[in-house]
Design a protein around this ligand. Structure first.
Ligand code: LMR
Length: 344
């Protein structure tokens, strides 16, 4: 799978080597009896369901960290936006009210607008392209921009590629988007992606999408198979276009001061565990999106449309001005190093 360049996890292995220079400590003592004040508590808030790539990986991370530290480090996972809603979790992390989040990279574009490169439609052909890009010089540069903003990037997790759903008619030609209203994540490039096709957008939190569709306040939305299926959006939408037009992935962030105050051996334990869980998560994301796609195909509840090569080309051509828009603002390096242009 990772045959072109070192996989993304290597990048984090590198972080780890720099960080450590020694092996992780052996936690032989049992810390279960210690009070919360005596242990290290990491509150990890996220906004998706438990049975999603992010939800499962968060749980797995918490479990392994607890085992390996003999209960000294407890990662408390709060899924589904129970603790902080989408749109609130980033500032809560910054303030130190929580210690860990894993937002979609699109949601970090307010803090670091250059991350919008990940949202350019058809920027990546597959997740392998994404891993290649993020583990290369541009990706390292993008990740390095988190620390000065108060975030420590502990890992990168995949979800997968976004598809588009809509209620009234199939979305096949670019003109089919005209005058429809879509919910988008808060990333200007994503908004432009719909606006350039004559559609309208509104940015809402993920947890509102079901109600917005139900009340007819939006016509459609874009997301991965696992996010569509886990929120049962297929029950409210008649058409799904398998477009794979945009990548959705996460950056796993800790509050930077909290991270810096952690003992070195705990940093090592967390980094090592994150590395292992990230590998697992990437496989799981692929599997879940595949099985959720199968479930949508078999549910007999939503019409699934595939784009022909020519139809996909029409979409790609329509989105070309967005690349120019991005270049005008951020320069050409982010774009010319996209793996799809390799060898050109
Ligand atoms: C969305 O808002 O659509 C996604 O960011 C949800 C998620 O975190 O996967």
């Amino acid at each position: 799978m990772f045959n072109r360049r070192p996989p993304l996890v290597i990048l984090f292995a590198l972080f780890l080597t720099l960080l450590t220079g020694c092996n992780s400590l052996d936690y032989t003592e049992d810390h279960e009896q210690l009070s919360e004040e005596e242990r290290i508590i990491i509150r990890f808030s996220h906004i998706v369901g438990e049975n999603t790539p992010k939800g499962l990986a968060a749980r797995k991370f918490a479990k392994i960290v607890k085992e390996r530290s003999n209960g000294f480090v407890e990662v408390q996972v709060f899924p589904n936006g129970f603790l902080y809603k989408d749109g609130e979790e980033i500032s809560a992390l910054k303030k130190g009210d929580i210690q860990m989040i894993a937002p979609a990279t699109s949601k970090m574009t307010n803090e670091i607008p250059e991350w919008q490169v990940m949202d350019l439609p058809f920027a990546f052909r597959d997740v392998e392209d994404v891993h290649t890009y993020l583990s290369g010089p541009i990706g390292r540069n993008l990740l390095a921009q988190f620390e000065p903003k108060g975030f420590y990037p502990l890992g990168v997790w995949d979800n997968g590629f976004k598809q588009i759903t809509n209620e009234s008619h199939p979305l096949i030609k670019t003109s089919d988007f005209k005058d429809l209203k879509f919910r988008v994540m808060p990333s200007p490039i994503i908004a432009s992606q719909f606006e350039i096709l004559g559609a309208n957008v509104q940015s809402n939190s993920f947890n509102e999408v079901y109600q917005l569709l139900k009340n007819g306040r939006i016509d459609g939305q874009e997301n991965t198979f696992s996010n569509i299926h886990s929120k049962n959006l297929q029950s409210l939408q008649s058409h799904l276009t398998v477009s794979n037009h945009g990548y959705l992935g996460y950056v796993v962030l800790m509050n930077n001061s909290f991270w810096n105050d952690l003992p070195k051996d705990i940093q090592i334990l967390l980094s090592e565990t994150m590395l292992e869980v990230s590998k697992w998560e990437m496989k799981k994301a692929e599997e879940l999106n595949e099985s959720n796609f199968q479930a949508l195909e078999n549910c007999d509840c939503i019409a699934i449309h595939h784009l022909s090569v020519d139809q996909k080309k029409q979409w790609e051509d329509a989105f070309k001005p967005l690349y120019q828009k991005f270049k005008n603002r951020f320069g050409s390096d982010y774009i010319k190093t996209l793996p799809k242009y390799e060898g050109e």
